[in-house]
Structure formats: C-alpha cells, structure tokens
Design a protein around this ligand. Structure first.
Ligand SMILES: [Zn+2]
Length: 167
C-alpha cells in the first residue's frame, strides 16, 4: 500500500479596531499608516488569523486559549513570536505547510504595494518559500465596519501535510 500523506486544512479569521497612536503591523510588516490597530498584543490581525488557521489544522483550539489577552506575558507582544511558537509545535509533530492563502480587508491604507513584502515576511516567519504563501487585499467597498475604516479584518486558510504513520 502507498502511504498517502495525511492532509489537514485550517481556517482563521480576525478583526481589530483601528486606533490612532499605534503602528499598523500586518503580516509582521510595519505599514505606512496614520493609524494602527487596537489590541493587547501588537494587534497584527493577519498573523492572528494565520495562527488560528494553523491551530485549526492541527486541532489545537484557538489563539485565545494559547495567548490569553488577560495575560501580561502577551501585552504588546510581537505576533511573529506567537506565530513561530505555534508553528514550531506543529513542526515538532511532523507537519509541513503545503500552502497558505490569506485576505486582508482594509478600506485604508491601500495595501496593493505592500502585498509582496507581507508575503515575503510571512514566508520567512514560517520557514517556507514565498510561492507557498499568497496574500490578497480587499477594500470594504465603503460599507460595514471595514468600509467605514473602523476595523481591519483578515482571513487565512492553510493546508498542512505529514506522512502517514507506518508503525
Ligand atoms: Zn487578533
């Protein structure tokens, strides 16, 4: 019999309110913006969605269980560190990333020119090549919390694979 790899898909979604006086960090990249996102950590909405997608694919709950926003440990935390913590656990269990696809929804700033940098940084954080990561950006079409500029949201889907156990 062939040992077909075990495949697991995971999805993640996150929302943060826009707020003045904080840097805007998306996918580990500091974006030129007159406002940032409110949150306990650095409020990197994209990395939070990716963390939840990875936790979903590996059956490990959600980001709130891993990094409670009541904990002083994660105040202003670099979400890249949180992502790598979760990803290292998955790697230790033999998981490999096949691909990651994600969408950032923001009315402002326009993210088109930032997509390549975000893609490169997310790939670097996960130790994969940029062709395994795709970053999409959408506006909010001027409606709803995103369209009014009150929030930025992100969605992510990952596909993980590992060898089937032979013993
Ligand atoms: Zn978040």
């Amino acid at each position: 019999m062939h040992n077909l790899p075990v495949l697991r898909i995971g999805e993640g979604h996150d929302t943060h309110r826009t707020i003045g006086g904080r840097p805007l960090v998306l996918g580990g990249v500091v974006i030129d913006s007159p406002f940032g996102l409110d949150g306990h950590s650095d409020a990197d909405v994209l990395l939070h969605a990716i963390i939840d997608a990875l936790l979903g694919a590996t059956g490990r709950g959600d980001i709130g269980e891993w990094f409670p926003n009541t904990s002083a440990d994660w105040k202003d935390a670099d979400s890249g560190v949180l992502l790598q913590h979760v990803w290292n656990e998955a790697l230790n269990d033999g998981w490999q990333l096949q691909n990651l696809d994600c969408t950032i929804s923001a009315e402002r700033p326009r993210l088109g020119t930032w997509k390549p940098a975000i893609r490169e940084r997310v790939a670097e954080l996960l130790g994969v090549t940029a062709d395994q990561v795709n970053v999409k950006a959408k506006s909010g079409e001027a409606v709803g919390p995103v369209g009014r500029g009150e929030a930025i949201t992100a969605d992510a889907v990952v596909l993980l694979a590992r060898s089937a156990k032979t013993d």
